[in-house]
Design a protein around this ligand. Structure first.
Ligand SMILES: *Cc1c(COP(=O)(O)O)cnc(C)c1O
Length: 366
């Protein structure tokens, strides 16, 4: 069986350094808000090219806290609207609802699966305060077009970078540095994955960063003094130390995944399969390699019978979820088409060239 994602093997590749980091934290006697967190925050800010990185407990909290901070700063208020892609993972949308703002769904471009800038402007109202682009599956959105619209209408741009660590635009700017603030997830299966839950916010806005630092720690800048009704969403020393280890190898692992993606793109020749579109190689970090096909269930069963595990990202669009009953009767045909036909093939830093060749041969025989 070729696994969709072999997390055991992925982390075994870093075993020695992870164990060293674990022992260092264990023996430090200091487990929350210490040197390891500061070190990782500096490293990740440098990596993304921003002034500040703020570690948090997970990717959803990262997005929730950014919006909450803009509320505390008086930039957003209850009932305001944020434009978000209709085919994203539901977390991007939950972050808006959790703050009592209204998510406004925007259909994606069927070729890139990312929010379609051409559909944004007609949805802007006098309540719109932000655009929340999601670099889905690891490929950057059209940030030039999005930034231009945001500037024109005085909107904030909040990037959801949970799937796009290290994705780089044509002038060398990285995901996390392409808007006003960005949320990252380090969930174990993400391109930069912790050994548990973890996340971060990146921004170059000092006021926002300062507010976020308090909000994630009970709303407190000074111990036992609470300026805001905050939450506890700290990134602990252990995960920070482990993430520092894995960040060192992130670019190498991404390059390896790019090679796999190039091989799939070059050698999958089955006319029943629609391959992903790549605009520029650096702008895609291949969190997922997502194909589309009319008979998805047939292909998934066939691959399983032939020993290849695949996953659907995602089977139900957000507007059809019970959590958003109020949207269940709305129609987002592009998203529905995507959710009905996408299938993710194995791609990872530990998928061997032999496995890739085997997967391609099996698919081409279908
Ligand atoms: C994983 C993910 C999140 C949430 O991250 P968690 O760390 O699981 O909370 C948010 N947005 C997108 C697009 C994701 O893929």
């Amino acid at each position: 069986m070729i696994k969709f994602l072999d997390l055991y093997q992925i982390n075994q590749n870093h075993r020695e350094d992870l164990v060293t980091a674990f022992e260092r934290v264990l023996d430090s006697g200091w487990y929350i808000m210490g040197k390891e967190l500061t070190k990782f925050e500096e490293e990740f800010a440098n990596y993304c090219g921003v002034k500040y990185c703020i570690g948090v407990a997970n990717g959803l909290d990262a997005l929730i806290l950014i919006i909450k901070a803009y509320k505390e700063l008086g930039v957003f208020k209850d009932g305001d609207e944020i434009l978000v892609p209709s085919n994203t993972y539901i977390a991007s949308i939950l972050a808006i609802s959790a703050n009592n703002l209204n998510p406004i769904l925007v259909e994606p471009d069927i070729n890139t699966y990312n929010i379609d800038p051409a559909r944004i402007e007609s949805l802007i109202t006098n309540k719109t305060v932000a655009i929340l682009p999601v670099h889905l599956y690891g490929q950057l959105c059209d940030m030039d077009a999005i930034t231009e619209i945001a500037k024109k209408h005085n909107l904030k741009v909040i990037e959801d970078c949970a799937q796009s660590h290290g994705a780089t635009d044509l002038i060398g700017r990285k995901a996390g540095n392409l808007g006003d603030a960005a949320g990252f997830s380090f969930y174990p299966g993400k391109n930069l994955g912790a050994l548990g839950d973890a996340g971060a916010i990146t921004t170059s806005d000092s006021k926002l960063a300062e507010t976020l630092r308090a909000l994630l720690n009970y709303g407190s800048h000074v111990k036992y003094q609470n300026k805001f009704k905050g939450i506890n969403s700290r990134l602990d020393e252990l995960q920070a130390a482990l993430l520092s280890v894995k960040l060192e190898k992130l670019d190498e692992e991404t390059e390896y995944k790019r090679k796999i993606a190039e091989t799939y793109l070059r050698e999958i020749k089955n006319p029943a399969i629609i391959l992903p579109n790549v605009k520029n190689s650096a702008a895609h970090v291949w969190h997922l390699f997502v194909i589309r096909t009319e008979n998805r269930a047939g292909l998934q069963d066939y691959l399983a019978q032939n020993g290849v595990q695949t996953v659907i990202h995602y089977p139900i669009p957000p507007h059809k979820q019970l959590a958003y009953k109020e949207w269940n009767d709305l129609s987002f045909p592009i998203s529905e088409n995507i959710h009905d036909h996408v299938l993710s093939l194995p791609i990872s830093p530990v998928l061997s060239p032999e496995d890739v060749a085997e997967i391609i041969a099996i698919i081409n025989k279908w």
